[in-house]
Design a protein around this ligand. Structure first.
Ligand SMILES: [Zn+2]
Length: 196
């Protein structure tokens, strides 16, 4: 499935849980990182056909990336489970929406376990566009209700503009955002919210 769809899947599902801003960023990473093996295209089409959906679309890669991201998270054990789950959401989305003939080598390189879906949607099919549209609507709903967007960590000022609130202090790559007791979703709940 398309990379923006994977990113939004990580964002939307990450917002289901009580996570920090950094952890939500990691959710988007966990949901997207398996597509790193698409970089094999730089070495030619043959390498792409050989390694895409193989090198990073497997359980070992999912566990390693979830562990690395969890190591930099506030609550490592629950974060690890969420990140591992999101990698599997990626695999399932690819299984149904990457087009017929794209296997996923789930056991690579440890054992042989190849998922093949002969009835997968076409990559450019309406189902993939519908999935992207649904996630986009979900993202808008999060912006309206929770007042935060996927750019909350990479650009806190843009995030604040998009949801029309003052930029939060101490949130961004320079700070480890931690949840406060009683505040839904962590430090980005906005005590200074305004409407206009
Ligand atoms: Zn993929």
């Amino acid at each position: 499935m398309h990379v923006p769809t994977h990113i939004l899947s990580g964002w939307c599902i990450g917002n289901v849980f009580r996570l920090t801003a950094r952890e939500r960023l990691f959710c988007m990473a966990a949901a997207t990182l398996p597509d790193l093996d698409g970089a094999s295209y730089a070495f030619g089409k043959e390498a792409y056909w050989t390694y895409h959906h193989v090198a990073c679309h497997n359980l070992l890669f999912a566990v390693v990336t979830a562990a690395v991201l969890a190591a930099f998270s506030a609550r490592r054990a629950p974060a690890f489970i969420v990140y591992l789950g999101l990698a599997h959401v990626h695999f399932v989305l690819d299984y149904v929406g990457s087009g017929p003939g794209w296997p996923i080598d789930y056991g690579w390189p440890l054992w042989k376990s190849r998922w093949v879906n002969p009835d997968a949607w076409e990559f450019s099919g309406w189902q993939n566009r519908a999935a992207a549209g649904g996630l986009l609507l979900w993202t808008v709903a999060i912006a309206v209700v929770r007042r935060r967007t996927p750019v909350e960590m990479v650009s806190p000022s843009l995030d604040a503009k998009l949801v029309r609130r003052p930029p939060p202090a101490g949130v961004g790559f320079d700070t480890v955002a931690r949840p406060r007791p009683g505040v839904a979703g962590g430090t980005l709940a906005s005590p200074g919210s305004r409407r206009d």
